[in-house]
Design a protein around this ligand. Sequence first.
Ligand code: NDP
Ligand code: HSE
Length: 442
Amino acid sequence: MTFGIIMKKIRIGLIGCGTVGTGVVACIKNNAALIAARCDVQLSIVAIAVSDIEKKRDFDATSVVFTDNADTVVNSPDIDVIVELIGGTTDAKRYVLQALKNGKPVVTANKSLLAYHGDELFRVAAENGVDIYYEASVAGGVPIIKSLREGLSANHVERIYGILNGTCNYILTRMENDGVDFGDVLREAQDLGFAEADPSLDIDGHDTAHKTCILASLAYGEWIDVDQIFVEGIRGIDLQDIRNAARAGYKIKLLGIVKFDSSNIQMRVHPTLVSADSLLAKVSDEFNAVWVEGDIVGPTMLYGRGAGQDATASAVVADLVDVALNICFNSSRRVPPFRPHNSYNDVLSMDEIECRYYIRLSVDDVPNVMARIAQILGESGISIASVTQQELASDHLPIILITHTAKEVELNRALSKIEVLDVVREAPVVLRIEDIENDRDR
Ligand code: NDP
Ligand code: HSE
């Protein structure tokens, strides 16, 4: 049955055809007919720009314009929409801005571009009355951007907790399950196409910060300066901390955390101990999950593959369907890509946050050590919830402390005194604990 709507062909120019771009080509090849049947739009890739046109590709490029000059794609009058999949913030920014100025809608998966230049890109898109879609920029195939912009738009967002980096979650899962060395697993994640071109963006937490910036900006209506987000990655996570956490009933996850706190917001990215029984603890491998709490809806959670060719392509092509429908119904910007509506006062500094802490100390096995440490913590008002002292592993004794809720500034004050004690052998390892599902009494 038809409803009298004429099928419209949407001509796509792809800039970048590596891991994600190749997935987009395959997805459109496999599912264009299904999408056409559902939406009466025919998605058609007509041009592809890459760096190296001599490189062997996994698809047949003979039916498209294949070029190493992306400007010709961006400026072509025969292209309706530009998909930017090259990454980085230099060439990508230039192509995206030019496309918007040319009146072409843009789809991008580039979270660093949005984190650093979102303000400018959204302003130029608004000035030119065009859309910029970016579902794939956060959590791969998980439709969190659409959820925040549309599905949860009736809510004031209270808290967001996200496992947002597939590479890190894959590494932490393999370390925990198989005791594999950090470096080996990182190489695996790279081979699987999860990691960024520069994988330090993943493991040092910056990629998660870029995504946290996008989510917080959408939630609180001001394009946030990504440098205001506290960032700590997983490079320092040791197998012994993963095992200690497991013994205490926790798993370690790299989280992007955004909390609304008495009209201010806190934003941080760090490895976090979460209860092993919690939903987020069960998110393994390259999977991502985003826990969003709204004042009306309460807690929600989205889950799915956060990195890799097909999952990311799914989000890019879904954006293309939205763009195509906007073109067909002359309804671009019906849901604006980002609309400023500031709804918070300030960004809290890390000194002001409060949580529970896991602390690993390496100390001499001599009398009175624990008493001295407990006294310093007590003087800073930090109460100890549990202490585990392990048998002598080497010439030093590991002590694992879990605290009750404490202020970060007080913890740092106490640690600065503890680490200079003559019995303390290494810098303390400190990880934050979040009680996500049980934190109902805020
Ligand atoms: P790749 O490195 O696999 O692919 C990059 C592509 O861009 C290649 O085709 C490359 O050409 C091309 N390219 C690079 N510079 C230029 C340029 N100046 N002009 C034209 N083409 C250029 O990256 P990914 O596909 O992994 O990532 C693309 C984007 O998607 C990034 O922003 C990334 O952060 C994001 N992303 C990636 C995910 C993933 O799981 N991989 C998930 C979500 C988002 P050539 O092929 O000739 O080298
Ligand atoms: N490198 C990113 C990750 C890709 O591992 O999550 C998806 O954004």
